[in-house]
Write a protein that binds this ligand. Structure first.
Ligand code: NAI
Ligand code: MG
Length: 365
């Protein structure tokens, strides 16, 4: 049977950008004879409106059963007043938690055509292609004890950084596997100089590296890593780090490359029976209520998320590269959505205009 994809467009610009991914999926079916069984369901505010919950149990079950989930974005001002337990983002968190998606892949990739668009010097970012692997399900955001307690005559806010060996090992392994498919260079970032979890992190990563003798492993303190990421990011290929540092480092690295509308992500879990990892792919951006419904959203982040699915869920790395090249071609021709406008005198294309241009470039590839 064909590989299966569950599309969860979500809210705001989610459905708008997902419509362009649909065109790309159709193109791969028609022109490359790569067929997927695609189903679609509700998540976030859209699911709340229909079912009174941001993720219906049936949808959760479908997500567990497919080869890959593609998610648009969730949330919007309409839902800000809802109780925390039914907020749109709870749908997203439930997916991540129940699918146990512990390895979050955030590429920072600079398309040649956009090297001038970055806020950094052109030679620092041109040709940049790095991947940050962030541990997503443990660490200080989840560790116990936590809370705000009374101590003496004041309050204390408490969070606990906590990592088990197996939690470190599985994310390290996913980073080494990734490095093997790329430039075979992995940098692990922690703060072993001041944190116990950092000491254990470094030990376990070093232990795992014995299974990957071809990968050149280095270690860096995360603060120094932040500095090096800004100074000369091209020294890195894959970076693996914990949940907190990964949150900060991946957001910072993302901005090396320009717009939020360009950033994809993947969240991977343990292998399923068919050998494919549990997986969810989604753009980094949110539902962008300020531009929703206006046809202004850049669909590239979502299309690049599908390219990641081709590469990491379906072993179609060449097709992923074909898609990424088509996107670069389109950008090189000066086709831009409004978020990418820099030069004067360029008229932006709409969301669907960008999708159509990418299809034309795929036809010509
Ligand atoms: P946002 O990412 O939705 O928007 C931030 C800014 O970037 C806005 O000005 C928006 O117009 C622009 N932008 C975002 N994506 C774009 C695209 N594809 N093309 C062109 N411009 C784009 O973040 P914000 O405004 O903080 O949050 C809006 C809603 O989205 C909130 O309800 C928030 O909770 C939710 N959200 C959801 C996420 C998710 O589903 N993973 C992630 C972040 C926020
Ligand atoms: Mg963040």
């Amino acid at each position: 049977s064909n590989p299966s994809i569950l599309i969860l467009p979500g809210d705001g610009i989610g459905p708008e950008v997902m419509a362009e991914v649909r065109k790309v999926i159709t193109w791969f079916g028609d022109k490359r004879d790569i067929q997927f069984d695609v189903s679609e369901d509700l998540v976030g505010g859209a699911a709340y409106d229909a079912h009174g919950t941001p993720l219906h149990d049936d949808t959760m079950a479908k997500a567990q059963a497919v080869d890959a989930v593609l998610l648009g974005a969730v949330g919007g001002p309409k839902y800000d007043v809802l109780d925390f337990s039914v907020k749109p983002e709870r749908g997203l968190l439930r997916l991540r938690k129940e699918m146990d998606l512990f390895s979050n892949l955030r590429p920072a990739q600079c398309f040649d055509a956009l090297a001038d668009f970055s806020s950094l010097k052109k030679d620092v970012v041109a040709g940049l292609d790095i991947m940050i692997v962030r541990e997503l399900t443990s660490g200080i955001y989840f560790g116990e004890p936590r809370g705000i307690i009374e101590e003496g005559n004041e309050r204390v806010g408490i969070n606990t950084q906590r990592y088990t060996e197996s939690e470190i090992e599985r994310v390290a392994r996913s980073a080494f596997e990734l490095a093997m498919r790329r430039d075979k260079k992995l940098c692990s970032m922690e703060k072993a100089n001041v944190m116990e979890s950092g000491i254990l992190w470094r030990e376990v990563v070093t232990e795992v590296s014995k299974d990957y003798p071809e990968v050149e492993l280095s270690h860096m303190y995360a603060d120094a890593g932040a500095m090096q990421l800004c100074r000369w990011p091209k020294q890195f290929d894959v970076i693996v780090t914990d949940n907190l540092f990964g949150d900060l480092l991946s957001d910072a690295a993302a901005m090396l490359t320009g717009s939020l509308g360009m950033l994809p992500s993947a969240s991977l879990g343990a292998p399923m029976d068919n050998g494919r990892p549990k997986a969810m792919y989604e753009p980094v951006h949110g539902s962008a209520p300020d531009i929703a419904g206006e046809g202004k959203a850049n669909p590239i982040a979502c299309i690049l998320s599908f390219a990641m699915a081709l590469r990491y869920s379906f072993d179609l790395g060449d097709e992923a590269t074909r898609l990424e090249s088509a996107i670069n071609t389109v950008l090189e021709k000066g086709v831009r959505t409004a978020d990418l406008l820099g030069e004067e005198g360029v008229t932006p294309v709409s969301t669907s205009g960008m999708g159509d241009a990418i299809i034309v470039a795929l036809d010509e590839s």
